[in-house]
Write a protein that binds this ligand. Structure first.
Ligand code: FMN
Ligand code: SF4
Length: 599
Protein backbone atom coordinates (compact mmCIF):
# COMPACT_ATOMS: atom_id res chain seq x y z
CA UNK A 1 0.00 0.00 0.00
CA UNK A 2 1.32 3.44 -0.93
CA UNK A 3 2.48 5.61 1.95
CA UNK A 4 0.23 8.50 3.00
CA UNK A 5 2.74 11.04 1.78
CA UNK A 6 2.96 9.30 -1.58
CA UNK A 7 -0.81 9.39 -2.01
CA UNK A 8 -1.00 13.07 -1.19
CA UNK A 9 1.71 14.08 -3.61
CA UNK A 10 0.28 12.09 -6.51
CA UNK A 11 -0.77 14.30 -9.39
CA UNK A 12 1.00 17.35 -8.02
CA UNK A 13 3.57 17.50 -10.79
CA UNK A 14 0.98 17.95 -13.50
CA UNK A 15 -0.66 20.74 -11.47
CA UNK A 16 2.70 22.43 -10.95
CA UNK A 17 3.52 22.07 -14.65
CA UNK A 18 0.20 23.59 -15.60
CA UNK A 19 1.26 26.71 -13.71
CA UNK A 20 4.81 26.58 -15.09
CA UNK A 21 6.15 26.01 -11.56
CA UNK A 22 5.69 29.71 -10.95
CA UNK A 23 5.71 30.63 -7.22
CA UNK A 24 3.33 33.49 -8.04
CA UNK A 25 0.75 30.85 -8.89
CA UNK A 26 0.98 29.27 -5.42
CA UNK A 27 -2.62 30.03 -4.46
CA UNK A 28 -3.94 28.56 -7.70
CA UNK A 29 -1.72 25.49 -7.24
CA UNK A 30 -3.04 24.98 -3.70
CA UNK A 31 -6.64 25.30 -4.89
CA UNK A 32 -6.04 22.61 -7.50
CA UNK A 33 -4.27 20.32 -5.04
CA UNK A 34 -7.24 20.60 -2.72
CA UNK A 35 -9.66 19.87 -5.55
CA UNK A 36 -7.66 16.71 -6.26
CA UNK A 37 -7.11 15.40 -2.74
CA UNK A 38 -9.87 17.06 -0.70
CA UNK A 39 -7.37 18.87 1.50
CA UNK A 40 -3.73 19.89 1.56
CA UNK A 41 -1.68 17.24 3.32
CA UNK A 42 1.61 18.19 5.09
CA UNK A 43 3.47 16.06 2.55
CA UNK A 44 1.92 18.08 -0.28
CA UNK A 45 3.04 21.30 1.40
CA UNK A 46 6.64 20.12 1.60
CA UNK A 47 6.55 18.83 -1.96
CA UNK A 48 5.18 22.09 -3.38
CA UNK A 49 7.76 24.12 -1.43
CA UNK A 50 10.61 22.07 -2.88
CA UNK A 51 9.26 22.11 -6.43
CA UNK A 52 8.54 25.84 -6.43
CA UNK A 53 11.81 26.63 -4.70
CA UNK A 54 10.15 28.50 -1.85
CA UNK A 55 10.27 27.87 1.91
CA UNK A 56 7.82 25.31 3.26
CA UNK A 57 6.72 27.94 5.79
CA UNK A 58 5.51 30.18 2.99
CA UNK A 59 3.42 27.40 1.45
CA UNK A 60 1.94 26.53 4.83
CA UNK A 61 1.36 30.21 5.64
CA UNK A 62 -0.61 30.71 2.44
CA UNK A 63 -2.56 27.47 2.83
CA UNK A 64 -3.48 28.48 6.39
CA UNK A 65 -4.56 32.01 5.48
CA UNK A 66 -7.49 31.36 3.15
CA UNK A 67 -10.66 30.00 4.68
CA UNK A 68 -11.48 27.81 1.65
CA UNK A 69 -8.16 25.96 1.91
CA UNK A 70 -7.91 23.12 4.40
CA UNK A 71 -4.94 21.52 6.04
CA UNK A 72 -7.07 18.72 7.40
CA UNK A 73 -9.88 16.61 5.92
CA UNK A 74 -13.20 18.46 5.87
CA UNK A 75 -15.45 15.72 4.67
CA UNK A 76 -16.43 14.57 1.21
CA UNK A 77 -19.17 17.18 1.36
CA UNK A 78 -18.21 20.52 2.83
CA UNK A 79 -21.39 22.50 3.56
CA UNK A 80 -21.05 26.19 4.34
CA UNK A 81 -24.12 28.26 5.18
CA UNK A 82 -23.86 31.91 4.17
CA UNK A 83 -23.94 33.88 7.40
CA UNK A 84 -24.77 37.39 6.29
CA UNK A 85 -27.48 39.15 8.27
CA UNK A 86 -29.87 38.88 5.30
CA UNK A 87 -29.39 35.09 5.22
CA UNK A 88 -30.16 35.03 8.92
CA UNK A 89 -33.26 37.15 8.37
CA UNK A 90 -34.37 34.53 5.85
CA UNK A 91 -33.94 31.75 8.39
CA UNK A 92 -30.44 30.38 7.69
CA UNK A 93 -29.73 29.54 11.33
CA UNK A 94 -32.77 27.29 11.67
CA UNK A 95 -31.91 25.60 8.39
CA UNK A 96 -28.38 24.90 9.51
CA UNK A 97 -29.66 23.48 12.79
CA UNK A 98 -32.06 21.27 10.85
CA UNK A 99 -29.26 19.92 8.69
CA UNK A 100 -26.99 19.33 11.68
CA UNK A 101 -29.75 17.32 13.34
CA UNK A 102 -30.53 15.38 10.21
CA UNK A 103 -26.90 14.41 9.74
CA UNK A 104 -26.09 14.04 13.45
CA UNK A 105 -23.43 16.67 13.36
CA UNK A 106 -22.12 19.61 15.30
CA UNK A 107 -21.27 22.77 13.36
CA UNK A 108 -17.58 22.95 12.52
CA UNK A 109 -16.97 19.22 13.08
CA UNK A 110 -16.45 16.52 10.48
CA UNK A 111 -18.75 13.50 10.74
CA UNK A 112 -17.06 10.40 12.13
CA UNK A 113 -17.33 8.59 8.81
CA UNK A 114 -15.60 11.55 7.12
CA UNK A 115 -18.65 12.16 4.94
CA UNK A 116 -19.65 15.72 5.74
CA UNK A 117 -18.93 18.88 7.69
CA UNK A 118 -21.27 21.82 8.22
CA UNK A 119 -20.26 25.34 9.10
CA UNK A 120 -20.90 28.98 8.29
CA UNK A 121 -19.06 31.29 5.93
CA UNK A 122 -19.17 35.05 5.35
CA UNK A 123 -21.69 36.45 2.86
CA UNK A 124 -21.69 34.42 -0.37
CA UNK A 125 -23.11 37.26 -2.49
CA UNK A 126 -26.56 35.69 -2.97
CA UNK A 127 -28.50 38.02 -0.64
CA UNK A 128 -31.24 38.55 -3.23
CA UNK A 129 -31.97 34.82 -3.36
CA UNK A 130 -31.00 33.52 0.03
CA UNK A 131 -30.71 31.80 2.29
CA UNK A 132 -27.72 30.40 0.45
CA UNK A 133 -24.97 27.87 1.01
CA UNK A 134 -21.87 26.51 -0.65
CA UNK A 135 -21.42 22.78 -1.07
CA UNK A 136 -17.86 21.93 -2.08
CA UNK A 137 -17.60 25.51 -3.28
CA UNK A 138 -20.76 25.44 -5.43
CA UNK A 139 -23.41 28.03 -4.60
CA UNK A 140 -26.91 26.80 -3.79
CA UNK A 141 -29.67 29.40 -3.46
CA UNK A 142 -33.24 29.77 -2.16
CA UNK A 143 -32.90 27.25 0.66
CA UNK A 144 -36.06 26.04 2.34
CA UNK A 145 -36.64 23.34 4.95
CA UNK A 146 -37.61 20.97 2.16
CA UNK A 147 -34.55 21.75 0.07
CA UNK A 148 -32.26 21.30 3.06
CA UNK A 149 -33.94 17.98 3.83
CA UNK A 150 -33.37 16.84 0.24
CA UNK A 151 -29.74 17.96 0.31
CA UNK A 152 -29.20 16.00 3.53
CA UNK A 153 -30.56 12.92 1.77
CA UNK A 154 -28.32 13.40 -1.27
CA UNK A 155 -25.30 13.72 1.00
CA UNK A 156 -26.22 10.61 2.97
CA UNK A 157 -26.55 8.68 -0.28
CA UNK A 158 -23.22 10.05 -1.46
CA UNK A 159 -24.85 11.38 -4.63
CA UNK A 160 -22.22 13.20 -6.70
CA UNK A 161 -22.83 16.94 -6.93
CA UNK A 162 -23.10 16.65 -10.70
CA UNK A 163 -26.29 14.59 -10.22
CA UNK A 164 -28.03 17.05 -7.89
CA UNK A 165 -31.05 18.90 -9.34
CA UNK A 166 -29.81 21.75 -11.53
CA UNK A 167 -32.39 24.08 -10.00
CA UNK A 168 -30.47 24.08 -6.71
CA UNK A 169 -27.59 25.85 -8.45
CA UNK A 170 -29.71 28.36 -10.36
CA UNK A 171 -28.48 31.88 -9.71
CA UNK A 172 -30.71 34.61 -11.08
CA UNK A 173 -29.69 38.10 -12.08
CA UNK A 174 -32.80 39.72 -10.60
CA UNK A 175 -32.32 42.93 -12.54
CA UNK A 176 -35.21 45.16 -11.48
CA UNK A 177 -34.29 48.55 -12.90
CA UNK A 178 -32.12 49.30 -15.87
CA UNK A 179 -30.30 52.49 -16.77
CA UNK A 180 -27.64 53.46 -19.31
CA UNK A 181 -25.26 50.71 -18.21
CA UNK A 182 -27.59 47.72 -18.05
CA UNK A 183 -29.51 48.96 -21.11
CA UNK A 184 -26.42 49.42 -23.24
CA UNK A 185 -26.35 47.96 -26.73
CA UNK A 186 -22.57 47.84 -27.02
CA UNK A 187 -21.47 44.78 -28.98
CA UNK A 188 -18.13 43.08 -28.24
CA UNK A 189 -15.33 45.20 -29.73
CA UNK A 190 -17.50 48.29 -30.39
CA UNK A 191 -15.68 50.55 -27.96
CA UNK A 192 -12.23 49.40 -29.02
CA UNK A 193 -13.13 49.94 -32.66
CA UNK A 194 -14.52 53.41 -31.94
CA UNK A 195 -11.34 54.40 -30.15
CA UNK A 196 -9.02 52.96 -32.79
CA UNK A 197 -10.93 54.51 -35.67
CA UNK A 198 -11.46 57.92 -34.11
CA UNK A 199 -8.12 58.20 -32.36
CA UNK A 200 -10.02 59.30 -29.26
CA UNK A 201 -7.76 59.85 -26.25
CA UNK A 202 -9.04 57.24 -23.77
CA UNK A 203 -7.57 58.76 -20.65
CA UNK A 204 -8.72 62.29 -21.47
CA UNK A 205 -12.21 61.01 -22.23
CA UNK A 206 -12.44 59.02 -19.00
CA UNK A 207 -11.08 61.99 -17.07
CA UNK A 208 -13.56 64.44 -18.50
CA UNK A 209 -16.43 61.98 -18.06
CA UNK A 210 -15.92 62.46 -14.32
CA UNK A 211 -15.99 58.68 -13.74
CA UNK A 212 -15.01 57.68 -10.21
CA UNK A 213 -14.23 54.17 -9.01
CA UNK A 214 -17.24 52.01 -8.13
CA UNK A 215 -15.42 49.81 -5.62
CA UNK A 216 -16.05 52.15 -2.70
CA UNK A 217 -13.28 54.73 -2.43
CA UNK A 218 -14.40 56.69 -5.50
CA UNK A 219 -10.98 57.63 -6.83
CA UNK A 220 -11.17 59.35 -10.27
CA UNK A 221 -10.57 56.56 -12.78
CA UNK A 222 -8.99 58.68 -15.52
CA UNK A 223 -6.44 60.06 -13.06
CA UNK A 224 -5.57 56.56 -11.90
CA UNK A 225 -5.05 55.34 -15.45
CA UNK A 226 -2.96 58.40 -16.27
CA UNK A 227 -0.73 57.92 -13.23
CA UNK A 228 -0.30 54.28 -14.14
CA UNK A 229 0.51 55.03 -17.78
CA UNK A 230 3.11 57.60 -16.71
CA UNK A 231 4.77 55.36 -14.13
CA UNK A 232 8.03 53.79 -15.30
CA UNK A 233 8.17 49.99 -15.37
CA UNK A 234 9.16 47.05 -17.50
CA UNK A 235 5.50 45.90 -17.69
CA UNK A 236 2.16 47.51 -16.92
CA UNK A 237 -0.76 45.47 -15.60
CA UNK A 238 -4.55 45.74 -15.53
CA UNK A 239 -6.37 44.09 -12.64
CA UNK A 240 -10.11 43.73 -12.30
CA UNK A 241 -11.21 43.51 -8.70
CA UNK A 242 -14.03 40.96 -8.70
CA UNK A 243 -13.62 40.01 -5.07
CA UNK A 244 -16.99 41.52 -4.12
CA UNK A 245 -16.79 40.47 -0.49
CA UNK A 246 -18.69 43.29 1.18
CA UNK A 247 -21.78 41.66 2.71
CA UNK A 248 -24.91 42.69 0.86
CA UNK A 249 -23.12 43.41 -2.44
CA UNK A 250 -23.82 41.27 -5.49
CA UNK A 251 -23.90 43.65 -8.48
CA UNK A 252 -20.50 42.48 -9.79
CA UNK A 253 -21.86 38.93 -9.82
CA UNK A 254 -24.55 40.10 -12.26
CA UNK A 255 -22.11 42.05 -14.44
CA UNK A 256 -19.82 39.01 -14.62
CA UNK A 257 -22.77 36.77 -15.46
CA UNK A 258 -24.52 38.82 -18.11
CA UNK A 259 -22.13 41.64 -19.09
CA UNK A 260 -18.77 39.84 -19.09
CA UNK A 261 -17.90 41.15 -22.56
CA UNK A 262 -18.31 44.71 -21.32
CA UNK A 263 -16.06 43.99 -18.31
CA UNK A 264 -13.35 42.62 -20.59
CA UNK A 265 -13.87 45.44 -23.09
CA UNK A 266 -13.26 47.94 -20.28
CA UNK A 267 -10.13 46.07 -19.19
CA UNK A 268 -8.80 45.99 -22.76
CA UNK A 269 -9.53 49.70 -23.12
CA UNK A 270 -7.54 50.33 -19.95
CA UNK A 271 -4.69 48.19 -21.32
CA UNK A 272 -4.64 50.25 -24.49
CA UNK A 273 -4.60 53.44 -22.44
CA UNK A 274 -1.83 52.48 -20.01
CA UNK A 275 0.24 50.25 -22.28
CA UNK A 276 -0.43 46.91 -20.58
CA UNK A 277 -0.10 43.48 -22.13
CA UNK A 278 -1.31 41.41 -19.21
CA UNK A 279 -4.49 41.54 -17.21
CA UNK A 280 -5.97 39.59 -14.32
CA UNK A 281 -9.50 39.14 -13.19
CA UNK A 282 -9.46 38.34 -9.47
CA UNK A 283 -12.64 36.32 -9.00
CA UNK A 284 -13.85 35.65 -5.47
CA UNK A 285 -13.90 31.96 -4.57
CA UNK A 286 -17.63 32.11 -3.86
CA UNK A 287 -18.19 32.82 -7.58
CA UNK A 288 -16.25 29.73 -8.67
CA UNK A 289 -19.27 28.66 -10.73
CA UNK A 290 -18.63 31.63 -13.04
CA UNK A 291 -15.12 30.50 -13.96
CA UNK A 292 -15.96 28.35 -16.99
CA UNK A 293 -18.50 30.79 -18.49
CA UNK A 294 -16.00 33.62 -18.08
CA UNK A 295 -13.26 31.57 -19.67
CA UNK A 296 -15.58 30.84 -22.58
CA UNK A 297 -16.14 34.59 -23.08
CA UNK A 298 -12.38 35.17 -23.01
CA UNK A 299 -11.86 32.46 -25.62
CA UNK A 300 -14.54 33.94 -27.84
CA UNK A 301 -12.83 37.30 -27.60
CA UNK A 302 -9.51 35.72 -28.53
CA UNK A 303 -11.17 34.05 -31.51
CA UNK A 304 -12.59 37.42 -32.56
CA UNK A 305 -9.23 39.19 -32.26
CA UNK A 306 -10.41 41.18 -29.26
CA UNK A 307 -7.66 39.64 -27.14
CA UNK A 308 -4.24 38.28 -28.01
CA UNK A 309 -1.69 39.77 -30.39
CA UNK A 310 -2.48 42.67 -32.72
CA UNK A 311 -5.96 43.24 -31.35
CA UNK A 312 -8.40 44.23 -34.11
CA UNK A 313 -5.44 44.33 -36.44
CA UNK A 314 -3.61 47.09 -34.55
CA UNK A 315 0.04 46.17 -34.82
CA UNK A 316 1.81 46.15 -31.50
CA UNK A 317 -1.33 46.11 -29.37
CA UNK A 318 -1.39 42.76 -27.59
CA UNK A 319 -3.27 42.04 -24.40
CA UNK A 320 -4.71 38.99 -22.65
CA UNK A 321 -6.49 38.23 -19.41
CA UNK A 322 -6.00 35.45 -16.88
CA UNK A 323 -8.60 34.62 -14.24
CA UNK A 324 -7.27 34.15 -10.73
CA UNK A 325 -9.56 32.53 -8.19
CA UNK A 326 -9.68 33.76 -4.62
CA UNK A 327 -10.17 31.39 -1.72
CA UNK A 328 -12.45 32.99 0.84
CA UNK A 329 -10.75 36.08 2.25
CA UNK A 330 -12.66 39.37 2.34
CA UNK A 331 -9.47 41.32 2.89
CA UNK A 332 -8.30 40.34 -0.62
CA UNK A 333 -10.77 42.94 -1.95
CA UNK A 334 -8.41 45.61 -0.63
CA UNK A 335 -6.32 46.35 -3.69
CA UNK A 336 -2.84 45.83 -2.25
CA UNK A 337 -3.90 42.62 -0.45
CA UNK A 338 -5.40 41.49 -3.74
CA UNK A 339 -2.06 42.03 -5.45
CA UNK A 340 -0.28 40.05 -2.73
CA UNK A 341 -2.78 37.26 -3.33
CA UNK A 342 -2.17 37.46 -7.09
CA UNK A 343 1.50 36.97 -6.30
CA UNK A 344 0.65 33.76 -4.46
CA UNK A 345 1.00 35.18 -0.97
CA UNK A 346 -1.18 35.71 2.09
CA UNK A 347 -3.66 38.51 1.45
CA UNK A 348 -2.09 41.07 3.75
CA UNK A 349 -2.45 44.73 2.74
CA UNK A 350 0.79 46.48 1.83
CA UNK A 351 2.06 49.76 3.15
CA UNK A 352 0.73 52.55 0.95
CA UNK A 353 2.37 54.61 -0.52
CA UNK A 354 3.73 53.44 -2.82
CA UNK A 355 0.38 52.80 -4.49
CA UNK A 356 -0.33 50.05 -7.02
CA UNK A 357 -0.30 52.57 -9.90
CA UNK A 358 3.47 52.77 -9.49
CA UNK A 359 4.29 49.60 -7.51
CA UNK A 360 1.61 46.99 -8.02
CA UNK A 361 1.81 43.44 -9.32
CA UNK A 362 5.47 42.35 -9.17
CA UNK A 363 6.22 45.96 -8.16
CA UNK A 364 5.20 47.16 -11.62
CA UNK A 365 2.63 49.88 -12.46
CA UNK A 366 -0.82 48.36 -12.07
CA UNK A 367 -4.33 49.75 -12.52
CA UNK A 368 -6.71 47.97 -10.15
CA UNK A 369 -10.37 48.73 -10.74
CA UNK A 370 -13.71 47.38 -9.76
CA UNK A 371 -15.81 45.31 -12.20
CA UNK A 372 -18.44 48.04 -12.51
CA UNK A 373 -15.76 50.70 -13.06
CA UNK A 374 -14.44 48.89 -16.14
CA UNK A 375 -17.98 48.59 -17.52
CA UNK A 376 -18.71 52.24 -16.80
CA UNK A 377 -15.43 53.33 -18.40
CA UNK A 378 -16.33 51.45 -21.58
CA UNK A 379 -19.76 53.07 -21.54
CA UNK A 380 -18.36 56.55 -20.90
CA UNK A 381 -15.94 56.24 -23.82
CA UNK A 382 -18.65 54.92 -26.12
CA UNK A 383 -21.19 57.57 -25.16
CA UNK A 384 -18.66 60.40 -25.03
CA UNK A 385 -17.58 62.32 -21.95
CA UNK A 386 -20.22 65.02 -22.22
CA UNK A 387 -23.11 62.61 -22.56
CA UNK A 388 -21.85 60.50 -19.69
CA UNK A 389 -21.34 63.51 -17.47
CA UNK A 390 -24.90 64.59 -18.12
CA UNK A 391 -26.06 61.59 -16.07
CA UNK A 392 -25.96 61.82 -12.28
CA UNK A 393 -24.82 64.80 -10.23
CA UNK A 394 -21.97 67.32 -10.33
CA UNK A 395 -19.53 65.29 -8.27
CA UNK A 396 -20.93 61.85 -9.09
CA UNK A 397 -21.31 61.40 -12.80
CA UNK A 398 -23.00 58.44 -14.40
CA UNK A 399 -25.13 55.72 -12.90
CA UNK A 400 -24.67 53.27 -10.06
CA UNK A 401 -25.75 49.68 -9.61
CA UNK A 402 -27.37 49.05 -6.27
CA UNK A 403 -27.69 45.57 -4.75
CA UNK A 404 -30.95 45.65 -2.81
CA UNK A 405 -31.65 42.96 -0.21
CA UNK A 406 -33.35 42.45 3.13
CA UNK A 407 -36.93 43.32 4.02
CA UNK A 408 -38.49 44.05 0.65
CA UNK A 409 -40.53 42.03 -1.81
CA UNK A 410 -38.32 42.89 -4.81
CA UNK A 411 -34.66 42.36 -3.93
CA UNK A 412 -32.17 42.54 -6.79
CA UNK A 413 -30.17 44.93 -8.94
CA UNK A 414 -31.32 48.49 -9.51
CA UNK A 415 -29.49 50.98 -11.69
CA UNK A 416 -29.99 54.68 -10.91
CA UNK A 417 -28.33 57.89 -11.89
CA UNK A 418 -26.27 59.06 -8.90
CA UNK A 419 -28.30 61.35 -6.66
CA UNK A 420 -31.23 58.99 -6.12
CA UNK A 421 -32.68 59.21 -2.62
CA UNK A 422 -32.85 56.29 -0.20
CA UNK A 423 -36.59 56.83 -0.12
CA UNK A 424 -36.95 56.35 -3.88
CA UNK A 425 -35.02 53.06 -3.81
CA UNK A 426 -37.20 51.88 -0.94
CA UNK A 427 -40.34 52.71 -2.89
CA UNK A 428 -39.10 50.91 -6.00
CA UNK A 429 -38.21 47.72 -4.14
CA UNK A 430 -41.54 47.81 -2.32
CA UNK A 431 -40.08 48.07 1.18
CA UNK A 432 -42.83 48.79 3.68
CA UNK A 433 -42.14 49.82 7.28
CA UNK A 434 -38.41 50.22 6.70
CA UNK A 435 -36.74 51.53 9.81
CA UNK A 436 -33.12 51.47 8.61
CA UNK A 437 -31.00 50.89 5.55
CA UNK A 438 -27.38 49.78 5.65
CA UNK A 439 -25.77 51.56 2.72
CA UNK A 440 -22.48 50.15 1.35
CA UNK A 441 -22.31 47.14 3.65
CA UNK A 442 -21.01 46.80 7.21
CA UNK A 443 -18.19 49.26 6.55
CA UNK A 444 -20.70 51.80 5.24
CA UNK A 445 -23.45 53.82 6.90
CA UNK A 446 -26.62 52.85 8.75
CA UNK A 447 -29.31 55.30 7.64
CA UNK A 448 -32.36 55.67 9.89
CA UNK A 449 -35.90 56.59 8.80
CA UNK A 450 -35.38 60.27 9.61
CA UNK A 451 -32.62 60.36 6.98
CA UNK A 452 -34.35 58.55 4.12
CA UNK A 453 -34.20 61.74 2.04
CA UNK A 454 -30.41 61.38 1.87
CA UNK A 455 -28.97 60.73 -1.56
CA UNK A 456 -26.61 58.10 -2.95
CA UNK A 457 -23.51 59.75 -4.38
CA UNK A 458 -20.12 61.07 -3.39
CA UNK A 459 -21.69 64.32 -2.13
CA UNK A 460 -23.72 62.54 0.55
CA UNK A 461 -23.80 58.74 0.77
CA UNK A 462 -20.95 57.14 -1.17
CA UNK A 463 -21.62 53.48 -1.83
CA UNK A 464 -19.98 50.43 -3.28
CA UNK A 465 -23.49 49.17 -3.95
CA UNK A 466 -24.99 47.33 -0.97
CA UNK A 467 -28.43 48.47 0.18
CA UNK A 468 -29.77 46.25 2.98
CA UNK A 469 -33.26 47.05 4.20
CA UNK A 470 -34.42 46.43 7.79
CA UNK A 471 -38.07 46.80 8.71
CA UNK A 472 -39.55 47.66 12.08
CA UNK A 473 -39.54 44.03 13.22
CA UNK A 474 -35.73 43.95 13.17
CA UNK A 475 -33.40 44.34 16.07
CA UNK A 476 -30.64 46.69 14.92
CA UNK A 477 -28.41 45.58 17.78
CA UNK A 478 -28.33 42.07 16.32
CA UNK A 479 -27.61 43.52 12.88
CA UNK A 480 -24.58 45.38 14.25
CA UNK A 481 -23.47 42.28 16.18
CA UNK A 482 -23.51 40.21 12.99
CA UNK A 483 -21.37 42.84 11.22
CA UNK A 484 -18.91 42.99 14.10
CA UNK A 485 -18.53 39.20 14.01
CA UNK A 486 -17.85 39.51 10.29
CA UNK A 487 -15.01 41.99 10.82
CA UNK A 488 -13.45 39.94 13.61
CA UNK A 489 -13.56 36.86 11.37
CA UNK A 490 -12.14 38.65 8.35
CA UNK A 491 -9.39 40.69 10.04
CA UNK A 492 -6.18 39.43 8.43
CA UNK A 493 -4.42 39.66 11.79
CA UNK A 494 -1.42 41.60 10.50
CA UNK A 495 -1.72 44.60 12.79
CA UNK A 496 -2.42 44.38 16.51
CA UNK A 497 -5.01 47.18 16.84
CA UNK A 498 -7.31 45.49 14.33
CA UNK A 499 -6.57 41.89 15.33
CA UNK A 500 -7.18 42.57 19.02
CA UNK A 501 -9.64 45.43 18.56
CA UNK A 502 -12.09 43.53 16.35
CA UNK A 503 -11.95 40.55 18.75
CA UNK A 504 -12.61 42.86 21.70
CA UNK A 505 -15.47 44.52 19.89
CA UNK A 506 -16.98 41.15 19.14
CA UNK A 507 -16.71 39.97 22.73
CA UNK A 508 -18.15 43.27 24.01
CA UNK A 509 -21.17 42.89 21.73
CA UNK A 510 -21.59 39.26 22.80
CA UNK A 511 -21.38 40.36 26.43
CA UNK A 512 -24.09 42.96 25.88
CA UNK A 513 -26.20 40.36 24.04
CA UNK A 514 -25.89 38.05 27.05
CA UNK A 515 -27.22 40.81 29.31
CA UNK A 516 -23.86 41.33 31.01
CA UNK A 517 -22.88 44.65 29.45
CA UNK A 518 -22.88 48.01 31.19
CA UNK A 519 -22.73 51.68 30.21
CA UNK A 520 -18.98 51.36 30.66
CA UNK A 521 -18.85 48.95 27.70
CA UNK A 522 -20.58 51.46 25.46
CA UNK A 523 -17.94 54.03 26.39
CA UNK A 524 -15.22 51.48 25.72
CA UNK A 525 -16.54 50.93 22.20
CA UNK A 526 -16.07 54.63 21.45
CA UNK A 527 -12.56 54.43 22.83
CA UNK A 528 -11.87 51.35 20.72
CA UNK A 529 -13.13 53.15 17.64
CA UNK A 530 -10.59 55.91 18.24
CA UNK A 531 -7.77 53.37 18.53
CA UNK A 532 -8.85 51.49 15.41
CA UNK A 533 -9.37 54.66 13.38
CA UNK A 534 -5.98 56.04 14.23
CA UNK A 535 -3.77 52.99 14.21
CA UNK A 536 -5.17 50.36 11.83
CA UNK A 537 -3.13 49.46 8.81
CA UNK A 538 -6.04 49.35 6.36
CA UNK A 539 -9.67 50.23 5.82
CA UNK A 540 -11.04 47.08 7.46
CA UNK A 541 -9.80 48.05 10.89
CA UNK A 542 -10.65 51.70 10.39
CA UNK A 543 -14.31 50.98 9.67
CA UNK A 544 -14.85 48.01 12.00
CA UNK A 545 -16.66 50.03 14.69
CA UNK A 546 -18.98 51.81 12.22
CA UNK A 547 -21.89 49.38 12.55
CA UNK A 548 -21.97 49.79 16.32
CA UNK A 549 -21.49 53.55 16.38
CA UNK A 550 -24.13 54.14 13.72
CA UNK A 551 -26.72 51.90 15.33
CA UNK A 552 -25.92 53.34 18.75
CA UNK A 553 -26.62 56.79 17.36
CA UNK A 554 -30.03 55.89 15.96
CA UNK A 555 -31.13 52.88 17.99
CA UNK A 556 -29.56 53.33 21.41
CA UNK A 557 -32.54 51.77 23.25
CA UNK A 558 -31.76 48.47 21.50
CA UNK A 559 -28.45 48.53 23.39
CA UNK A 560 -29.63 50.05 26.66
CA UNK A 561 -32.46 47.58 27.12
CA UNK A 562 -29.81 44.85 27.22
CA UNK A 563 -27.50 46.49 29.71
CA UNK A 564 -27.13 45.04 33.16
CA UNK A 565 -29.03 47.30 35.57
CA UNK A 566 -26.52 47.96 38.27
CA UNK A 567 -27.91 48.97 41.62
CA UNK A 568 -24.98 51.03 42.67
CA UNK A 569 -24.05 50.95 46.35
CA UNK A 570 -22.70 54.46 46.77
CA UNK A 571 -19.08 54.09 47.73
CA UNK A 572 -18.38 55.28 51.27
CA UNK A 573 -16.55 58.58 51.21
CA UNK A 574 -14.53 58.36 54.43
CA UNK A 575 -12.57 61.55 53.84
CA UNK A 576 -15.74 63.52 53.20
CA UNK A 577 -17.40 62.16 56.38
CA UNK A 578 -14.38 63.03 58.50
CA UNK A 579 -14.25 66.55 57.11
CA UNK A 580 -17.94 67.04 57.85
CA UNK A 581 -17.54 65.73 61.42
CA UNK A 582 -14.61 68.07 62.08
CA UNK A 583 -16.53 70.99 60.71
CA UNK A 584 -19.52 70.25 62.92
CA UNK A 585 -17.59 69.67 66.19
CA UNK A 586 -14.55 71.85 65.65
CA UNK A 587 -12.42 68.92 66.94
CA UNK A 588 -9.47 67.51 65.01
CA UNK A 589 -10.13 63.93 66.16
CA UNK A 590 -13.85 64.11 65.38
CA UNK A 591 -15.09 61.11 63.44
CA UNK A 592 -11.95 59.08 64.13
CA UNK A 593 -14.22 56.21 65.18
CA UNK A 594 -16.20 56.25 61.95
CA UNK A 595 -16.46 53.04 60.00
CA UNK A 596 -18.08 52.88 56.59
CA UNK A 597 -21.21 51.12 57.83
CA UNK A 598 -21.86 53.85 60.37
CA UNK A 599 -21.59 56.76 57.99
C1 FMN B 1 -11.27 45.79 3.40
C2 FMN B 1 -11.50 46.26 2.00
C3 FMN B 1 -12.19 45.46 1.10
C4 FMN B 1 -12.41 45.88 -0.20
N1 FMN B 1 -13.11 45.08 -1.04
C5 FMN B 1 -13.31 45.48 -2.33
C6 FMN B 1 -14.01 44.64 -3.24
O1 FMN B 1 -14.47 43.55 -2.88
N2 FMN B 1 -14.17 45.08 -4.51
C7 FMN B 1 -13.67 46.29 -4.93
O2 FMN B 1 -13.82 46.64 -6.10
N3 FMN B 1 -13.00 47.10 -4.09
C8 FMN B 1 -12.81 46.71 -2.81
N4 FMN B 1 -12.11 47.52 -1.97
C9 FMN B 1 -11.54 48.77 -2.52
C10 FMN B 1 -10.21 48.51 -3.22
O3 FMN B 1 -9.16 48.58 -2.27
C11 FMN B 1 -9.91 49.55 -4.31
O4 FMN B 1 -10.16 50.81 -3.81
C12 FMN B 1 -10.75 49.32 -5.56
O5 FMN B 1 -10.56 48.05 -6.09
C13 FMN B 1 -10.34 50.34 -6.61
O6 FMN B 1 -11.17 50.23 -7.71
P1 FMN B 1 -12.10 51.42 -8.17
O7 FMN B 1 -11.24 52.65 -8.26
O8 FMN B 1 -12.62 51.00 -9.48
O9 FMN B 1 -13.16 51.57 -7.14
C14 FMN B 1 -11.89 47.14 -0.63
C15 FMN B 1 -11.21 47.95 0.27
C16 FMN B 1 -11.01 47.52 1.57
C17 FMN B 1 -10.28 48.41 2.52
S1 SF4 C 1 -6.43 46.69 9.71
FE1 SF4 C 1 -7.04 44.54 10.03
S2 SF4 C 1 -7.36 43.72 8.01
FE2 SF4 C 1 -6.17 45.62 7.77
S3 SF4 C 1 -4.02 44.97 7.84
FE3 SF4 C 1 -4.56 45.41 9.94
S4 SF4 C 1 -5.23 43.40 10.74
FE4 SF4 C 1 -5.24 43.23 8.53
Amino acid sequence: MAADSEIHTTGLDSILDRYARDPNALLQVLRKVQELHGYIHPAAISYIGVKLGIPRARVEGVAGFYSFLHLQPHGEYRVLFSDNITDRMQGSQALMEQMCQQLWLQPGKVSEDGLVSIDTTSCTGMCDQGPAMLVNGRAITRLTHQRVQEIGGLIRNRTPLADWPADYFRVEDNIRRRGPLLDNTIAPGDVLRTVMESGKDIIETVKSSGLRGRGGAGFPTGMKWEACRNAPGSEHYVVCNADEGEPGTFKDRVLLTSYADLVFEGMTLCALAIGAQHGFLYLRGEYRYLLEPLQAVLQRRRDNKLLGNNILGQTGFGFDIVIHLGAGAYICGEESALIESLEGKRGVPRNRPPFPVTHGYLQQPTAVDNVETFCSAALAVQKGAENYRAIGTAKSSGSKLISVSGDCPRPGIYEYPFGVSVCEVLQDCGAANARAVQVSGPSGVCVAESEFDRRLGFEDLPTAGAFMVFDDSRDLFEVARNFVHFFAHESCGFCTPCRVGTALLKSTMDKIAAGLGTQYDLGEIEHLDHVLQTSSHCGLGRTACNPVLHTLKHFRPAYESRLKSLEFEPAFDLDGALARARQMTGRDDAGAHLKPEEA
